[in-house]
Design a protein around this ligand. Structure first.
Ligand SMILES: NC(=O)c1ccc[n+]([C@@H]2O[C@H](COP(=O)([O-])OP(=O)(O)OC[C@H]3O[C@@H](n4cnc5c(N)ncnc54)[C@H](OP(=O)(O)O)[C@@H]3O)[C@@H](O)[C@H]2O)c1
Length: 202
């Protein structure tokens, strides 16, 4: 089985989006700075020139993609980005969306979507089959929290942006009462972002 990895951008004070996230402002009030590192450089990503990165940020971003075999996200993320218009910016990777009820209509162009209505464990199992030995990348707060609680998460790859957002959607909320030790695997001082990798020691 590949690893289950939380790969997400966040503010230094732990928010992955500001308040009032919606389709007009997917990362909420003042939240766009969390993703600024993806667009503030002059080098296109090898996988989609929509992303314009500095050379150090490109190394980190492009370097992570070949190892991803599937993604798992929550329904709010899917709805807020309007299902990526049917094509996630990184194409060719199947996406599993955890939800209470699959939508009746949605666009599916270059990305395969599977709606999982029987919980996070099932979503990870299904993603694992599709990933065929590669890693499963998870995104969004609720999915990360459930994976931590169920001890399904192996690593966290965090991209920490230089802002104290103050409020919004907190990544490390509802992760239980027990402390969780981490092992630092890598720290890269990027441009306007710090990339850190941790292994989770349950
Ligand atoms: N900073 C970043 O890099 C980054 C990356 C991705 C997303 N985001 C942001 O993260 C925010 C969304 O994250 P979020 O944590 O609020 O929401 P989310 O994880 O995207 O979605 C939560 C929703 O998923 C469904 N769900 C989750 N677990 C479930 C379960 N076990 N069983 C059934 N349904 C389940 C529920 O929706 P239903 O009840 O409707 O089915 C739930 O309300 C957005 O602002 C998005 O833009 C940020």
């Amino acid at each position: 089985m590949g690893k289950v990895i939380l790969d997400i951008s966040m503010s230094l004070d732990g928010f992955i989006a500001g308040l009032n996230d919606n389709q007009e402002q997917p990362l909420g009030a003042n939240g766009e700075i969390i993703h600024e590192w993806l667009f503030s450089g002059d080098q296109p990503s090898r996988y989609n020139d929509f992303f314009r990165l500095s050379s150090i940020n490109k190394e980190v971003f492009d370097g992570s993609i070949p190892d991803i075999g599937a993604m798992v996200v929550g329904r709010r993320t899917f709805d807020i980005v309007n299902g990526w218009g049917g094509s996630h910016p990184i194409q060719g990777i199947p996406i599993f969306i955890v939800t209470h009820e699959a939508p009746e209509n949605y666009l599916e162009n270059h990305t395969s979507f599977t709606f999982v209505t029987d919980g996070i464990k099932s979503a990870i199992e299904q993603a694992n089959k599709a990933a065929n030995g590669k890693n499963i990348s998870i995104g969004a707060a609720s999915i990360a929290q459930q994976c931590v609680q169920a001890k399904l998460l192996d690593e966290m790859h965090l991209h920490i942006s230089p802002i104290l957002l103050g409020n919004g959607i907190r990544l490390f909320d509802q992760i239980g009462q027990e402390h969780i030790k981490l092992e630092s695997k890598e720290v890269v001082d990027g441009s306007d972002v710090v990339h850190v990798k941790y292994k989770i020691l349950y």
